[in-house]
Design a protein around this ligand. Structure first.
Ligand code: ADP
Ligand code: 5GP
Length: 195
Protein backbone atom coordinates (compact mmCIF):
# COMPACT_ATOMS: atom_id res chain seq x y z
CA UNK A 1 0.00 0.00 0.00
CA UNK A 2 1.31 3.47 -0.85
CA UNK A 3 2.27 5.57 2.14
CA UNK A 4 -0.17 8.37 1.24
CA UNK A 5 -3.18 6.05 0.94
CA UNK A 6 -2.64 4.12 4.17
CA UNK A 7 -5.21 4.81 6.88
CA UNK A 8 -3.85 6.26 10.10
CA UNK A 9 -3.09 4.32 13.25
CA UNK A 10 -5.54 4.32 16.15
CA UNK A 11 -3.19 4.69 19.12
CA UNK A 12 -4.58 3.83 22.55
CA UNK A 13 -2.33 5.59 25.06
CA UNK A 14 -2.84 5.02 28.79
CA UNK A 15 -0.92 5.30 32.02
CA UNK A 16 -1.59 6.59 35.51
CA UNK A 17 -2.48 10.25 35.86
CA UNK A 18 0.74 12.22 36.35
CA UNK A 19 3.02 9.73 34.57
CA UNK A 20 3.69 12.14 31.71
CA UNK A 21 1.17 11.28 28.98
CA UNK A 22 0.31 14.92 28.27
CA UNK A 23 3.97 15.92 28.16
CA UNK A 24 4.82 13.20 25.63
CA UNK A 25 1.73 13.72 23.50
CA UNK A 26 2.55 17.44 23.22
CA UNK A 27 6.02 16.51 21.97
CA UNK A 28 4.61 13.98 19.49
CA UNK A 29 2.16 16.50 18.05
CA UNK A 30 4.95 19.04 17.73
CA UNK A 31 7.18 16.66 15.81
CA UNK A 32 4.71 14.55 13.80
CA UNK A 33 2.41 16.38 11.42
CA UNK A 34 0.73 13.04 10.59
CA UNK A 35 -0.56 12.64 14.14
CA UNK A 36 -3.45 14.25 16.03
CA UNK A 37 -4.88 13.94 19.52
CA UNK A 38 -8.52 13.02 19.93
CA UNK A 39 -10.17 15.72 22.06
CA UNK A 40 -12.28 14.02 24.74
CA UNK A 41 -15.40 15.22 26.45
CA UNK A 42 -15.26 15.47 30.24
CA UNK A 43 -17.42 16.66 33.11
CA UNK A 44 -14.42 17.65 35.25
CA UNK A 45 -13.67 21.35 35.74
CA UNK A 46 -10.98 22.89 33.53
CA UNK A 47 -7.53 23.32 35.11
CA UNK A 48 -5.93 26.75 34.85
CA UNK A 49 -4.80 27.24 31.27
CA UNK A 50 -6.96 24.48 29.80
CA UNK A 51 -8.93 25.56 26.75
CA UNK A 52 -12.39 24.26 25.85
CA UNK A 53 -12.21 22.41 22.53
CA UNK A 54 -8.43 22.06 22.68
CA UNK A 55 -7.59 20.14 25.87
CA UNK A 56 -11.12 18.80 26.38
CA UNK A 57 -14.68 19.63 25.47
CA UNK A 58 -15.98 20.56 28.93
CA UNK A 59 -19.56 19.32 29.28
CA UNK A 60 -22.27 18.84 31.87
CA UNK A 61 -23.25 15.34 33.03
CA UNK A 62 -26.53 15.71 31.14
CA UNK A 63 -24.71 16.55 27.91
CA UNK A 64 -22.37 13.55 28.21
CA UNK A 65 -25.24 11.23 29.11
CA UNK A 66 -27.06 12.40 25.98
CA UNK A 67 -23.97 11.65 23.86
CA UNK A 68 -23.76 8.16 25.39
CA UNK A 69 -27.43 7.52 24.63
CA UNK A 70 -26.97 8.67 21.02
CA UNK A 71 -23.92 6.38 20.61
CA UNK A 72 -21.70 9.38 19.80
CA UNK A 73 -18.83 8.12 21.96
CA UNK A 74 -16.36 5.45 20.83
CA UNK A 75 -15.76 4.69 24.52
CA UNK A 76 -16.39 6.36 27.83
CA UNK A 77 -15.60 5.86 31.50
CA UNK A 78 -16.09 7.40 34.90
CA UNK A 79 -12.79 8.36 36.50
CA UNK A 80 -12.49 10.00 39.94
CA UNK A 81 -16.23 10.77 39.80
CA UNK A 82 -16.26 12.41 36.37
CA UNK A 83 -17.23 11.23 32.90
CA UNK A 84 -14.58 11.11 30.20
CA UNK A 85 -15.32 9.97 26.63
CA UNK A 86 -14.03 9.91 23.04
CA UNK A 87 -16.23 11.49 20.34
CA UNK A 88 -16.45 8.85 17.60
CA UNK A 89 -16.98 10.98 14.45
CA UNK A 90 -13.75 12.98 14.66
CA UNK A 91 -11.66 9.83 15.20
CA UNK A 92 -13.15 8.14 12.14
CA UNK A 93 -12.57 11.21 9.96
CA UNK A 94 -8.91 11.54 10.96
CA UNK A 95 -8.19 7.84 10.38
CA UNK A 96 -9.80 7.93 6.95
CA UNK A 97 -7.67 10.95 6.05
CA UNK A 98 -4.53 8.96 6.94
CA UNK A 99 -3.79 10.71 10.22
CA UNK A 100 -2.69 8.77 13.31
CA UNK A 101 -5.09 9.45 16.17
CA UNK A 102 -3.95 9.28 19.78
CA UNK A 103 -6.58 8.36 22.36
CA UNK A 104 -5.16 9.45 25.71
CA UNK A 105 -7.61 7.46 27.81
CA UNK A 106 -7.85 5.50 31.04
CA UNK A 107 -7.74 1.71 31.30
CA UNK A 108 -11.52 1.24 31.39
CA UNK A 109 -11.89 3.14 28.11
CA UNK A 110 -8.87 1.41 26.56
CA UNK A 111 -10.35 -2.03 27.23
CA UNK A 112 -13.55 -0.93 25.44
CA UNK A 113 -11.56 0.17 22.37
CA UNK A 114 -9.62 -3.12 22.39
CA UNK A 115 -12.93 -4.99 22.37
CA UNK A 116 -14.71 -2.85 19.77
CA UNK A 117 -11.97 -1.99 17.29
CA UNK A 118 -10.07 -4.49 15.17
CA UNK A 119 -7.11 -2.36 14.40
CA UNK A 120 -5.26 -0.38 17.05
CA UNK A 121 -1.87 0.07 18.70
CA UNK A 122 -2.02 0.05 22.50
CA UNK A 123 0.70 1.63 24.63
CA UNK A 124 0.91 1.88 28.42
CA UNK A 125 3.19 4.58 29.82
CA UNK A 126 4.82 3.78 33.16
CA UNK A 127 6.95 5.58 35.73
CA UNK A 128 10.07 4.33 37.54
CA UNK A 129 8.13 4.10 40.87
CA UNK A 130 4.91 5.08 42.63
CA UNK A 131 6.89 7.58 44.73
CA UNK A 132 8.06 9.28 41.55
CA UNK A 133 4.46 9.30 40.26
CA UNK A 134 3.30 11.06 43.43
CA UNK A 135 6.16 13.57 43.10
CA UNK A 136 5.07 14.36 39.53
CA UNK A 137 1.42 14.71 40.50
CA UNK A 138 2.31 17.08 43.32
CA UNK A 139 4.87 18.88 41.18
CA UNK A 140 2.24 19.63 38.53
CA UNK A 141 0.40 21.53 41.27
CA UNK A 142 -3.03 21.14 39.70
CA UNK A 143 -4.69 18.81 42.19
CA UNK A 144 -5.90 19.15 45.75
CA UNK A 145 -4.78 16.61 48.36
CA UNK A 146 -7.96 14.47 48.17
CA UNK A 147 -7.63 14.28 44.39
CA UNK A 148 -3.98 13.27 44.65
CA UNK A 149 -5.00 10.41 46.95
CA UNK A 150 -7.79 9.39 44.54
CA UNK A 151 -5.39 9.50 41.59
CA UNK A 152 -2.74 7.45 43.42
CA UNK A 153 -5.39 4.82 44.25
CA UNK A 154 -6.54 4.81 40.60
CA UNK A 155 -2.90 4.45 39.49
CA UNK A 156 -2.41 1.32 41.58
CA UNK A 157 -5.47 -0.36 40.09
CA UNK A 158 -4.60 0.79 36.53
CA UNK A 159 -1.12 -0.73 36.74
CA UNK A 160 -2.74 -4.17 37.07
CA UNK A 161 -3.86 -3.91 33.42
CA UNK A 162 -0.44 -3.23 31.96
CA UNK A 163 -0.29 -6.72 30.38
CA UNK A 164 -3.37 -6.02 28.28
CA UNK A 165 -1.39 -3.49 26.23
CA UNK A 166 0.79 -4.38 23.23
CA UNK A 167 3.59 -2.04 24.36
CA UNK A 168 4.90 -0.65 27.65
CA UNK A 169 6.99 2.51 27.58
CA UNK A 170 8.92 3.72 30.62
CA UNK A 171 8.89 7.49 31.11
CA UNK A 172 12.06 7.85 33.14
CA UNK A 173 13.37 10.73 31.08
CA UNK A 174 11.24 12.70 28.59
CA UNK A 175 13.52 12.56 25.53
CA UNK A 176 14.25 8.84 25.94
CA UNK A 177 10.54 8.05 26.39
CA UNK A 178 9.70 10.15 23.35
CA UNK A 179 12.19 8.20 21.20
CA UNK A 180 10.66 4.91 22.37
CA UNK A 181 7.16 6.09 21.53
CA UNK A 182 8.14 7.49 18.17
CA UNK A 183 9.89 4.23 17.22
CA UNK A 184 6.71 2.27 17.99
CA UNK A 185 4.62 4.60 15.81
CA UNK A 186 7.11 4.43 12.92
CA UNK A 187 7.29 0.63 13.12
CA UNK A 188 3.53 0.17 13.26
CA UNK A 189 3.00 2.60 10.39
CA UNK A 190 5.40 0.70 8.18
CA UNK A 191 3.82 -2.61 9.18
CA UNK A 192 0.49 -1.22 8.00
CA UNK A 193 1.91 0.06 4.73
CA UNK A 194 3.49 -3.28 3.92
CA UNK A 195 0.32 -5.28 4.65
P1 ADP B 1 -0.32 13.02 32.65
O1 ADP B 1 -0.75 13.70 31.37
O2 ADP B 1 0.02 11.59 32.47
O3 ADP B 1 -1.32 13.24 33.76
P2 ADP B 1 1.73 15.13 32.73
O4 ADP B 1 2.28 15.12 31.34
O5 ADP B 1 0.80 16.26 33.11
O6 ADP B 1 1.06 13.72 33.11
O7 ADP B 1 3.00 15.11 33.72
C1 ADP B 1 2.84 15.25 35.13
C2 ADP B 1 4.01 16.09 35.67
O8 ADP B 1 5.21 15.32 35.53
C3 ADP B 1 4.23 17.39 34.90
O9 ADP B 1 4.59 18.39 35.82
C4 ADP B 1 5.39 17.04 33.95
O10 ADP B 1 6.16 18.18 33.64
C5 ADP B 1 6.19 16.04 34.77
N1 ADP B 1 6.92 15.04 33.97
C6 ADP B 1 6.55 14.42 32.84
N2 ADP B 1 7.49 13.55 32.40
C7 ADP B 1 8.50 13.62 33.30
C8 ADP B 1 9.79 12.98 33.41
N3 ADP B 1 10.21 12.06 32.52
N4 ADP B 1 10.57 13.30 34.48
C9 ADP B 1 10.15 14.21 35.40
N5 ADP B 1 8.97 14.87 35.35
C10 ADP B 1 8.14 14.58 34.31
P1 5GP C 1 -7.20 14.17 33.68
O1 5GP C 1 -8.35 14.58 34.56
O2 5GP C 1 -5.89 14.04 34.44
O3 5GP C 1 -7.08 15.02 32.44
O4 5GP C 1 -7.53 12.69 33.16
C1 5GP C 1 -7.82 11.69 34.07
C2 5GP C 1 -7.79 10.35 33.36
O5 5GP C 1 -8.82 10.30 32.37
C3 5GP C 1 -6.47 10.10 32.62
O6 5GP C 1 -6.08 8.76 32.87
C4 5GP C 1 -6.85 10.29 31.17
O7 5GP C 1 -6.04 9.53 30.30
C5 5GP C 1 -8.28 9.78 31.17
N1 5GP C 1 -9.06 10.24 30.03
C6 5GP C 1 -8.97 11.42 29.37
N2 5GP C 1 -9.84 11.44 28.35
C7 5GP C 1 -10.49 10.26 28.35
C8 5GP C 1 -11.49 9.66 27.51
O8 5GP C 1 -11.98 10.23 26.55
N3 5GP C 1 -11.89 8.42 27.84
C9 5GP C 1 -11.40 7.73 28.90
N4 5GP C 1 -11.86 6.50 29.11
N5 5GP C 1 -10.44 8.24 29.69
C10 5GP C 1 -9.99 9.49 29.42
Amino acid sequence: MAIDSAPGLLIVFSGPSGCGKGTLVAKLLEQRTDTVLSVSVTTRAPRPGEIDGFHYFFKTREEVERMIKNDELLEYAQYSGNYYGTPRAAVEEHLKAGRNVILEIDVQGALQVMERCEDYVSIFLTVPSLDELERRLRGRGTEEETWIKARMAAAKSELKYIDRYQYTVLNDEVDAAFDRLNTIIETEKYKKISQ
